[in-house]
Design a protein around this ligand. Structure first.
Ligand code: UTP
Length: 417
């Protein structure tokens, strides 16, 4: 059986006859491409994910408790020195690598290119988000006399554009041989009847599988093997859209080494009980990020003996892992979250349909759902004004305007130091 026949058999088995019919409408080259795409799709998984959308969410018995953390600003000078020394030693030995998750669509920001190519209007001239990240890493390299390997995760959709942009800008002066781009996985979009959508280019319409895809993509792309070959022991994974992200925090690294933990996270204190951020907790004794939508109002307002919010450590996508932890997670199955969205498609008559209401499911896994695979996580609370300037929305909170202000204020303070 050739690839096209094989693909058709699979499609029939999974009730996707509209795609079997599509083969008759496209030329030979396109047929071969479509067959290849079909053979790469895990139909069993996608069927299961679709079936789950029809089930009631199973409410498991959950015991939510407060998680412990250390506040960087309140560490004793001996403790800080101990952590910093351990962290610096590891970075200097070349054991540290950094991953930037840049595969998101940045829909809320509404920028037409990859988010890292967005120019934040700082100091009149402006700086691209990728440029800000490169500068942060170059500073660390200078300080510790190393070149930290930098891995950038893109999506199939934005990989070319990201690569061209970085090439055009000469990787903002970063050593090119230390930058590796890898692409995250995708999953098909499914309509309410379980049918896969067809895109304008006569393919099955797929979308990135969420930032939780980082772990498995690190392994399948060979990036993890590359890290091991370079002698990397610790991997930082951060977002592309925080203009104050500190990718090389030696206190966080040293604290994790000292406590013999496999995973760690830098947090900032929640601005107020109603802030729309995920916060850390322990769920059935395992670390977890609980989303603001899932945290009951009463719990969101609860304070501990120090008058601090009990569930106030915000997850800001500033996470650290041992290489072994990444390996372990990459072999596990993360849960998928379902978003019901508007997605255009080509109908059986070959016409494009642009829906006015949500019509299809997008399945995504989240980076923080992996924390539950561990008994504990080392949490270091940073400072909002030093660590967190997200660029999420076009306007208002967490927008380019607020990030610019935070960035400029931070650097004004640094210069004064
Ligand atoms: P967000 O979840 O904020 O998504 O990503 P986003 O794509 O930037 O923005 P919206 O929700 O579409 O408006 C947090 C981080 O995770 C990355 C993003 O690039 C960002 O660094 N991410 C997200 C991925 O790398 N892949 C994904 O599939 C999703």
């Amino acid at each position: 059986m050739n690839e096209i026949q094989k693909a058709k058999e699979i499609l029939k088995e999974y009730n996707q006859n509209h795609i079997v019919k599509l083969f008759d409408k496209i030329d030979e080259e396109k047929q071969a491409e479509l067959a290849k795409q079909v053979l790469g799709i895990d139909f069993h998984k996608i069927t299961e994910l679709y079936e789950n959308t029809k089930k009631e969410i199973e409410i498991k018995e959950k015991t939510i408790t407060q998680i412990s953390y250390l506040d960087k600003a309140k560490l004793s000078s001996e403790e800080k020195k101990k952590f910093d020394t351990l962290g610096i030693e590891s970075v200097k030995k070349g054991e540290y690598a950094v991953v930037t998750m840049a595969g998101g669509q940045g829909t809320r920001l509404g920028h037409s290119g990859p988010k890292g190519t967005f120019k934040l209007d700082v100091y009149g001239k402006g700086k691209y988000l990728f440029e800000i990240l490169a500068e942060n890493l170059k500073d660390a390299n200078k300080k510790y006399g190393v070149t930290i390997p930098w891995y950038i995760m893109t999506s199939k959709e934005n990989n070319e554009q990201t690569k061209d942009f970085l090439e055009k800008n000469n990787y903002f002066g970063y050593d090119k041989s230390s930058v590796t781009l890898f692409t995250q996985g995708e999953l098909p979009l499914v309509d309410t009847k379980g049918k896969l959508l067809i895109s304008k280019d006569m393919k099955i319409k797929e979308a990135s599988d969420g930032n939780g895809g980082t772990y498995s993509s690190l392994r399948s792309s060979g990036a993890l093997a590359d890290m091991k070959e370079r002698g990397v022991k610790w991997v930082f994974i951060g977002s592309v859209d925080n203009a104050l992200l500190k990718m090389v925090d030696v206190t966080l690294l040293g604290m994790t080494i000292d406590k013999n933990y496999q995973i760690a996270s830098k947090t900032v204190a929640k601005a107020n009980p109603q802030e729309r951020v995920g916060v850390f907790c322990k769920c059935n004794n395992h670390p977890k990020v609980i989303e603001y939508t899932e945290l009951p109002e009463k719990m969101a307002e609860e304070v501990d003996n120090n008058g601090e919010l009990k569930y106030g450590e915000s997850h800001i996508m500033c996470n650290l892992y041992s290489v072994d932890a990444i390996e372990k997670i990459s072999k596990e199955t993360l849960m998928y979250h379902t978003a019901f969205k508007k997605n255009s498609y080509i109908d059986e008559n070959g016409k494009e349909v642009i829906p006015e209401e949500p019509n299809s499911y997008k399945f995504e896994s989240f980076i923080f759902d992996a924390f539950e695979f561990f008994d504990d996580i080392a949490i270091l609370r940073g400072k909002r004004e030093d660590d967190f300037a997200p660029v999420k929305n076009k306007e208002g909170v967490d927008s380019p305007r607020t990030a610019k202000e935070l960035y400029e204020k931070y650097w004004a303070r640094e210069i004064e130091k």
